[in-house]
Write a protein that binds this ligand. Structure first.
Ligand code: CUA
Length: 328
């Protein structure tokens, strides 16, 4: 009856709590698989040792006199108190060093498709370098080719952030004035979710992003399309939206390559319609979400640098939204 239902529900939510696209326990990349195995080894070893200690306590409390006197001799103290901990801890240290070495040799094989991820309060600037040296600026979504180690350069333009995609690798800080390198390798095409893992101010919890792992050919095609300037809007409403976007000064903060919008303070919007989210993975990506963000962004992500454009009429908002959604 009810108890059974509650139990099913409980275990379902427990399972889903540990699963999904932002779970270190469901790795889709090499680094993360090493981390998960290490986690499992340490966890189950700890469980075994805890059970051993509990058993010794049970014997001490309720055991027969023979067992209790055996437990009080020298060898359980030396064996359990010194030899076993030394063996277990040395073993784990060796295992950890081996894993670090494997990771380091993978990193040494990585040749970047030249991707730099830059932390900002509270979003991610992503800069790709194409084979012919063109710099392609994007935001809040990272695309990588699968089956090859990719060296990401991690930087920040304000405070300390931490780049973490649990399904792909461990986290690494982004430190002002430094470039850190994180090597990731995805095994299969798919989408993972990343999250800033270092408190960086008010909207830290809303600083997320998606990683799209793609077959190498599809990645190359995507990068070529991403490098191209934005297409001119098709319909009358979208054209009206473009005019409104420029008139309201949006181009002072946002860039749309191929137009007069050349701002660098906010995310580059050249192909914003092709991304999986808005506002650094806080909203879906559709016309309604664009309008919602433009008007209510200070409620959605308090203290972000963009003002809420509450002066715009409904139809003006929707025209701008349709223009931006069309930029894919
Ligand atoms: Cu960026 Cu927390």
């Amino acid at each position: 009856g009810l108890a059974r239902k509650a139990l099913t529900l409980g275990s379902a939510s427990l399972a889903s709590g540990c699963g999904g696209i932002q779970s270190a326990l469901q790795p889709t990349g090499r680094e993360a698989a090493d981390v998960e195995l290490l986690f499992m080894v340490v966890t189950w070893l700890s469980v075994a040792i805890t059970l051993l200690v509990l058993a010794a306590i049970a014997v001490a409390l309720w055991g027969s006199d023979g067992w209790r006197s055996r437990l009080g001799r020298e060898w359980p103290i030396i064996g359990g108190g010194i030899v076993l901990p030394v063996l277990v801890l040395s073993g784990l240290l060796a295992y950890g060093l081996i894993i670090m070495n494997i990771g380091a040799s993978r990193a040494s094989r990585a040749e970047g498709p030249g991707i730099t991820v830059i932390g900002k309060q509270w979003w991610w600037k992503v800069v790709y370098t194409t084979e012919d040296g063109q710099r392609v600026v994007s935001a809040n979504e990272l695309r990588i080719p699968i089956d090859r180690p990719v060296a990401l350069r991690l930087e920040t333009e304000d405070v300390i952030h931490s780049f973490w995609v649990p399904q792909l690798a461990g986290k690494l800080d982004m430190i002002p004035g430094r470039t850190n390198t994180l090597t990731i390798e995805a095994d299969e095409p798919g989408i993972s979710r990343g999250q800033c893992a270092e408190y960086c101010g008010g909207a830290h919890a809303l600083m997320s992003f998606y990683v799209v792992a793609m077959p190498p050919d599809a990645y190359e095609d995507w990068l070529a399309a991403e490098a191209a300037p934005a297409q001119e809007p098709g319909g009358a409403e979208a054209r009206e939206g473009k005019t409104l976007f420029m008139e309201n000064g949006c181009g002072g903060c946002h860039a749309i390559r191929g137009t007069q919008a050349k701002g660098t303070i906010g995310p580059d919007l050249t192909h914003v319609g092709g991304r999986h989210s808005l506002g650094a993975a806080t909203l879906a990506n559709d016309a309604e979400a664009f309008a919602n963000w433009i008007r209510n962004n200070q409620r959605i992500k308090p203290d972000n640098l963009m003002p809420g454009y509450r002066n715009l009429e409904r139809d003006e908002l929707s025209a701008i939204a349709i223009y931006l959604e069309g930029l894919d």
